[in-house]
Design a protein around this ligand. Structure first.
Ligand code: NAD
Length: 546
């Protein structure tokens, strides 16, 4: 590691878990980043980007935690301390659950039009304040400003889809016998919880906030302790959009806070997105107390390049999907399977990858930013090194990339490794800008490789042949398939459909299934005999349903 970076890291580590002191100067931030950090700290109640503390949101109030343990949030491009998040105390956690339980009594009976108005107003607030959310993401997560806007936009689309909640919640009714009707309708579950990863600080909280709340639940969000700012801004925007106190609460922390969510008897459902280890733990522990759990986990997504593909489109798509967001997307393409003569495109793939600009996210022309932490960088580089140890070939090596003006960043440049399927770099999720290339003779071989991999999040094929695409689509056992589309995440009128080891649970996120996850059916059978009817004076007022 660069010696300055190492020294700075040592200083930072000693600060971790210390009680908050006065804000340190933001000397290491670039002038653009510093201006953004100061604006966020001045304008938003729940978060800071100038060294102050991130607050919990409990019962409509942004409250300073009395935690003894604090976790530093640092800019991954400079290691500057931006904020600290508390390891929420059990008493504070209990207050958040109480606030959500109390708010549930009225929110669950609010009219569906009230809830629709909230999501409509939220989409407006998010659009108006998109620069603030995106800036917070650049500072804390490190992705480029344009990509941070994309992060928010993909969440915003879930909010927009939730605006159709009155139609989505329509029930059924039928006369089952003379004068007897059965109706079924969807009712909320109660207090729900959402636990988020670091890589999409806006999109993933927005996968759950509009869906849980529009269906009449109340929610406790636990953002990633590494980049909580976007979730805090979104929470404040929920209040500006008219959300009553206690319907949305935000608590911070790590394993103890997550375990408190899993164990609390008043919490009825958990939505988790993150890595395999945490996901398996949360799924097991949450199910033990009878909760509904949906858990989106890790991935290894393959793109198959057929020799008849539109080469320019295929190579550009591959580069964007492998290296965008520094490969820290669960739908990043991390494996390219080059079939037959498509293997001859490898030198061109490498040339195009070399042209990508690695830089701090606010800098003009940046294609990818740093990875989230020095530990993430160490893990990524150890997996690259393992490829060489196991007989793979490093065709493009981004391990020692230097970014002028940002000597302390967690930089890894685009890396391309030729490997075989028995190597660690192929079997494990790298979650960095590393593309593993596997040659295959035929389409059948490519399909077998993909189906032998344990993950099932996403896959793509590039071909000009409908027959080839169809055969691939039918044969491949992966939940989200792209045909000439590199990151086939369905828009939220559909539901997330990653499968196999990329998902634990029964009901996936957002779309029709998202409504199912956050609701339970109630059927009612009523007998109103015609002979018992009495005459009533009809009301002539226009019904308003408020
Ligand atoms: P992570 O699992 O480290 O953290 C996710 C959340 O779980 C955080 O809020 C964290 O505080 C908590 N957590 C972490 N370890 C825990 C433990 N041992 N016990 C209880 N809680 C714990 O994940 P991350 O590094 O923030 O995110 C990257 C991972 O998320 C990658 O594996 C990526 O593939 C996955 N991901 C998946 C999807 C998807 O939709 N499939 C989307 C985004 C990210």
């Amino acid at each position: 590691m660069h010696s300055r970076a190492a020294a700075r890291l040592r200083t930072l580590r000693t600060r971790s878990f210390a009680t908050a002191a006065s804000n340190p100067p933001l000397v290491a931030l670039s002038s653009t980043a510093r201006a953004q950090a100061e604006r966020i700290s001045a304008e938003w109640k729940g978060t800071s980007a100038t060294g102050g503390n991130t607050k919990n949101l409990i019962g409509g109030e942004f409250v300073e935690s009395k935690a003894e343990k604090w976790i530093d949030v640092v800019d991954p491009a400079t290691q500057s301390l931006l904020t600290r998040v508390p390891e929420t105390t059990s008493q504070e956690f209990e207050q958040a659950v109480d606030a959500a339980s109390h708010a549930y009594k009225t929110w669950s009976h609010s009219s569906v039009l009230t809830r629709q108005r909230f999501v409509m107003e939220l989409q407006y607030q998010l659009r108006q304040n998109s620069d603030a959310v995106a800036s917070s993401i650049v500072l804390e997560q490190g992705k480029t400003f344009a990509d941070a806007h994309g992060d928010l936009l993909r969440g915003l689309q879930v909010v927009e889809t939730a605006c159709g909640i009155p139609t989505a919640l329509l029930g059924n009714t039928i006369e089952v016998s003379k004068d007897m009707d059965t109706s079924s309708r969807r009712l909320p579950l109660g207090v729900c919880a959402s636990i988020a990863p670091f890589n999409f600080p806006a999109m993933i909280p927005l996968w759950t906030i509009p869906m849980a709340i529009a269906t009449g639940n109340t929610l406790i969000v636990k953002p990633s302790e590494r980049d909580p700012g976007a979730a805090m801004i979104i929470a404040e925007l929920c209040h500006r959009a008219g959300l009553p106190a206690g319907v949305l609460n935000v608590v911070h922390g790590t394993v103890p806070t997550v375990n408190a969510i899993c164990d609390h008897p008043s919490i009825k459902a958990i939505s988790f997105v993150g890595g395999d280890r945490a996901g398996a733990h949360i799924y097991e522990r949450g199910r033990k107390t009878g909760k509904r759990v949906q858990a989106n986990l890790g991935a290894k997504n393959h793109a198959v390049l057929m020799p008849d593909a539109n080469k320019n489109h295929a190579l550009n798509s591959l580069i964007g999907a492998a290296f965008g967001a520094a490969g820290q997307r669960c739908m990043a393409i991390s494996v390219a399977v080059l079939v037959g003569t498509a293997q001859q495109w490898l030198p061109e793939l490498i040339e195009r990858a070399k042209k990508l600009k690695v830089n701090q996210g606010f800098e003009k022309g940046a294609d990818l930013g740093p990875v989230i932490s020095p530990a993430a960088k160490a893990r990524i580089t150890s997996l690259i090194a393992s490829a060489e140890e196991q007989g793979g070939k490093i065709l493009l090596d981004g391990q020692n990339i230097q970014v002028p003006d940002y000597p302390d960043g967690n930089w890894v440049g685009p890396t391309i490794v030729e490997a075989t399927t028995d190597m660690r770099c192929y079997r494990e999720e790298i979650f960095g800008p590393v593309l593993v290339v596997i040659p295959a003779d035929t389409l059948d071989d490519a399909i077998s490789i993909i189906n032998a991999n344990k993950y099932g999040n996403g896959t793509a094929i590039f071909t000009q042949s409908g027959a080839t695409a169809r055969k691939f689509e039918v044969g491949v056992e992966v939940g989200q398939v792209g045909i000439n589309v590199p990151i086939p995440v369905p828009l939220p009128m559909f539901s997330w459909s990653g499968n196999r080891a990329s998902f634990l649970g029964d009901i996936p996120f957002y779309g029709r299934n998202g409504i199912d996850f956050y609701t339970q059916n109630k059927t009612t059978t009523a007998l109103w005999k015609a002979e018992d009817a009495i005459g009533n004076k009809a009301s002539v007022d226009m019904p308003t349903h408020h």
